[in-house]
Design a protein around this ligand. Structure first.
Ligand SMILES: C[S@@+](CC[C@H](N)C(=O)[O-])C[C@H]1O[C@@H](n2cnc3c(N)ncnc32)[C@H](O)[C@@H]1O
Length: 349
């Protein structure tokens, strides 16, 4: 199976959308993305998936939009050009003399804007296919080259009258009224994680196993459980969130026996414990041997008070610099951090 469509809903309603799309009678898999309100469908043929959605449109309540996907490539201009080239080459007999537009929807953090891609790809098409006598028309186009960027992955499609995105306006209007059902953050911690998900989506791609140290009451575990297959939430305190894929290890992290309690490779370690900075980083390091290479660590440094913030960070960096397997990816003051806190993002080499 390969990606055949992106589907959107109102943020907060992703699980409902996943369930209703999973009930369609077509072979497919619906997977999470790190972006709010956006899921990806894997199947065999984007056309068949579109037809299935059209056929069942009346029963679907949470689906806002379906964006069919034809070609997957990496997020860099050369790969996108190659994908555009192969799609247009395939359809060239049908598009001679036609007008077109290029549209790019970018999600994630990049050094370029969507408009830069639109401009460059538009020019590329005119140059490369000048024998097809194509014209740009931003409003009345015959075909649209649609580029969806999800951090490092990009998807290119050529939309025409018979193959294009579907929007279900009545669902958009109905769900707009359902504001009260939108999940509210459990605590300030949850806002830290939300900010990380928005600013660094690359940390949350293809997560199988996450270990969340100091997880109670569960704000981080709640968000992580939407993005990962499994979250081991370590804390002696209670969790206020329940999800089939959250496994509560009700122990202090020092007492966790990896082989007995977890025993699988970790994709992401998070630690938000309210311990002294050195104690806390040593706890995180207890789990690093089981982290996959390329896996990330999100660690909150909580200095005793503001005056000790700098020295706490230096002590931690001294410990980390002794480890050749850990690379410091980012040190950041999140909006939701207190003034005594900062957040470290580390990467296992
Ligand atoms: C600020 S709270 C974490 C909030 C959590 N990230 C969330 O989103 O709800 C800090 C937690 O660290 C836990 N903690 C402190 N020391 C710990 C240890 N040694 N092992 C595991 N958890 C610990 C505390 O029980 C407390 O629940």
């Amino acid at each position: 199976m390969r990606p055949v469509a992106l589907i959107t809903t109102k943020p907060g309603f992703e699980p409902e959308l996943k369930k209703e799309i999973e009930s369609l009678k077509i072979k497919k898999k619906v997977v999470w993305t790190p972006f709010r309100g956006l899921l990806k469908v894997l199947s065999y043929d984007p056309n068949k998936f579109l037809r299935e959605v059209e056929y069942n449109k009346e029963e679907l309540k949470f689906l806002f939009r379906v964006i069919p996907l034809e070609k997957e490539c990496e997020t860099n201009i050369e790969s996108i050009k190659r994908a555009v080239f192969s799609l247009i080459e395939k359809k060239k007999d049908k598009i001679i003399g036609k007008s077109f537009v290029v549209r790019c929807n970018r999600r994630g953090s990049h050094s370029f804007k969507s408009e830069d891609i639109e401009r460059e790809i538009g020019k590329y098409i005119l140059d490369k296919f000048n024998n097809l006598n194509l014209k740009v028309n931003l409003k009345n186009w015959d075909f649209k080259v649609n580029i969806e960027i999800l951090q490092d992955e990009s998807y290119v499609s050529v939309f025409t009258e018979s193959f294009k995105d579907i929007s279900i306006h009545k669902n958009i209007q109905n769900l707009e009224k359902l504001k009260k059902y939108e999940a509210r953050p459990l605590n300030r911690s949850e806002r830290k994680m939300q900010e990380l998900i928005e600013k660094f989506p690359e940390l949350f791609i293809d997560l199988n196993c996450v270990v969340d140290i100091g997880a109670s009451p569960g704000g981080w575990a709640k968000l992580l459980s939407k993005l990962a297959k499994k979250v081991y939430a370590i804390d002696t305190g209670e969790l206020k969130v329940k999800n089939d894929n959250i496994i509560h290890i009700k122990k202090r992290a020092e007492s966790v026996n990896f082989k007995e309690d977890i025993n699988e490779d970790i994709d992401l370690i998070t630690n938000d414990t309210n311990l002294y900075p050195i104690e806390s980083i040593l706890l995180t390091l207890r789990f690093v041997n089981y982290l996959k290479s390329g896996g990330y660590i999100i660690h909150t440094v909580k200095a005793e008070d503001y005056s000790k913030k700098k020295s706490s960070l230096s002590e931690i960096l001294e410990i980390l610099n002794r480890r050749s397997d850990i690379h410091i990816y980012k040190i950041i003051n999140l909006k939701a951090n207190t003034k005594n806190e900062l957040t470290l993002i580390l990467k296992k080499v």
